[in-house]
Design a protein around this ligand. Structure first.
Ligand SMILES: *Cc1c(COP(=O)(O)O)cnc(C)c1O
Length: 399
């Protein structure tokens, strides 16, 4: 008999050798609940006055949820603008046919990038006269006005005009004929602090500084300029932070950035992380598990091997600190998390089989594991957990 050669055509219709034919739920995957996103946006919007717009922040591929999907459901829920971090992210949304205004939250400093931004109808964030001039020249070249947002730094020390020079520089910018200032904004550094409602908190001080600057440039007279300051935490603090628009990321995905949660707000996580059991083995007492032998069984132990690891975005420093859910029961992860796999102690369970599905993030009945649990265990924040998932995990839409 002949040996099967690579590239040799086969007639096995049942197993066509194409990547797209691999079941996305065969190994590990992320489920995205579009309806949850839509409902979250609706609910959050109900906290805003009618005239206040909702910008859905879909940077970093929609916080790892798939920017195309998130944009679709956020717009369905009433988002009227979108925010991205990079030029490429903005162009991608346009290529999906998104028509809403898109603001690039990062800084584009080269003429080339600003031209591309202009051609794709994306609004850049402008933090200096230099970039403002480049935009004005681009507008002039095309005989049009270049729409953009100005950013002023009120305490983040990241992007934005220096607050001390802003008033003077704004006077100059006003005379630029080929730009259209669509918005003026700033960004809060600590709105999720527990004391953010205290008058002396940094969020309140930033807000006051921002309002003072707006007063000095007499912005009220120009009603077309959108004023915005709040991220999720700022938006949830109170209406003083809302202005004409809020820029919401985290809470739209179903997580509260605040320790004290509004009881009338039912945010639903839009992301579930699931994995299949790839193998099951039984080890004796005193047997080491995974790299470094950091876990040694203290009894006869049944292990499930899950096809997910740190190359999928599960932080390795969560080794031995997390649990997984199967059929409303929790099972502890044991031994070091490896690049592509991890082991779970399922001793005593007869229902878990090869091919069974386990939940790493999400809920089943009363049992819930949230990215915040992982964040606490690995000394980071929810934001970092959800945007760390790699492309190796297919995003599968449910509902
Ligand atoms: C990421 C980002 C947001 C959204 O922040 P969340 O805390 O996720 O709501 C808002 N504004 C700017 C400038 C950002 O970079």
């Amino acid at each position: 008999m002949q040996i099967r050669q690579t590239n040799q055509p086969l007639n096995f219709d049942k197993y066509p050798p194409f990547e797209k034919d691999v079941d996305p739920k065969q190994r590990a995957w992320i489920e995205i609940r579009g309806k949850a996103l839509e409902t979250n946006v609706r609910q959050l919007r109900s906290k805003l006055s009618k005239s206040c717009q909702f910008m859905a922040v879909v940077k970093a591929d929609g916080y790892g949820h798939d920017a195309k999907l998130v944009s679709h459901y956020a717009i369905k829920g009433g988002a009227s603008q979108l925010g991205v971090a990079t030029l490429k992210e903005g162009i991608k949304l346009r290529s999906f046919g998104v028509k809403k205004p898109i603001l690039i939250l990062g800084n584009l400093y080269s003429k080339r990038d600003l031209i591309i931004s202009f051609k794709n109808d994306l609004m850049p964030t402008i933090s200096s006269i230099r970039e403002c001039l480049i935009c004005n020249n681009i507008g002039k070249h095309f005989g049009l006005k270049f729409s953009l947002h100005l950013k002023v730094d009120t305490g983040m020390s990241r992007l934005g005009f220096d607050e001390k020079k802003f008033v003077e520089q704004f006077e100059k910018i006003k005379s630029f004929e080929n730009i259209s200032i669509e918005g003026i904004y700033s960004h809060l550094s600590s709105a999720d602090d527990i004391n953010s409602l205290d008058p002396q908190s940094s969020a309140q001080l930033q807000r006051q500084k921002f309002q003072e600057l707006l007063k000095q440039i007499n912005v009220d007279r120009n009603r077309n300029i959108k004023i915005h300051l709040a991220n999720s935490a700022g938006m949830l603090l109170n209406k003083d932070f809302h202005f004409h628009m809020v820029r919401v990321g985290l809470s739209m995905y179903g997580y509260s950035p605040l320790a004290k949660i509004d009881k009338n707000l039912y945010l639903q996580p839009a992301l579930f992380l699931k994995v299949k059991v790839a193998f099951i083995r039984i080890i004796d007492q005193g047997v080491s598990v995974s790299y470094g032998g950091k876990f040694v069984s203290t009894r006869k132990t049944k292990l499930a091997v899950l096809s997910i690891g740190y190359a999928d975005g599960v932080p390795r420093n969560l080794s031995g600190k997390i649990k997984v859910i199967h059929n409303k029961k929790l099972y502890p992860q044991v031994g070091s998390i490896t690049m592509d796999q991890m082991m779970v102690d399922i001793t005593g369970s007869n229902e878990i089989k090869i091919g069974s599905t386990m939940i790493l993030l999400g809920s089943d009945g009363e049992k819930t594991i949230s990215p915040l649990d992982w964040a606490r265990e690995s000394n980071t924040i929810t934001w970092e957990i959800i945007c760390s998932f790699k492309n190796r995990l297919p995003r599968v839409q449910v509902d």
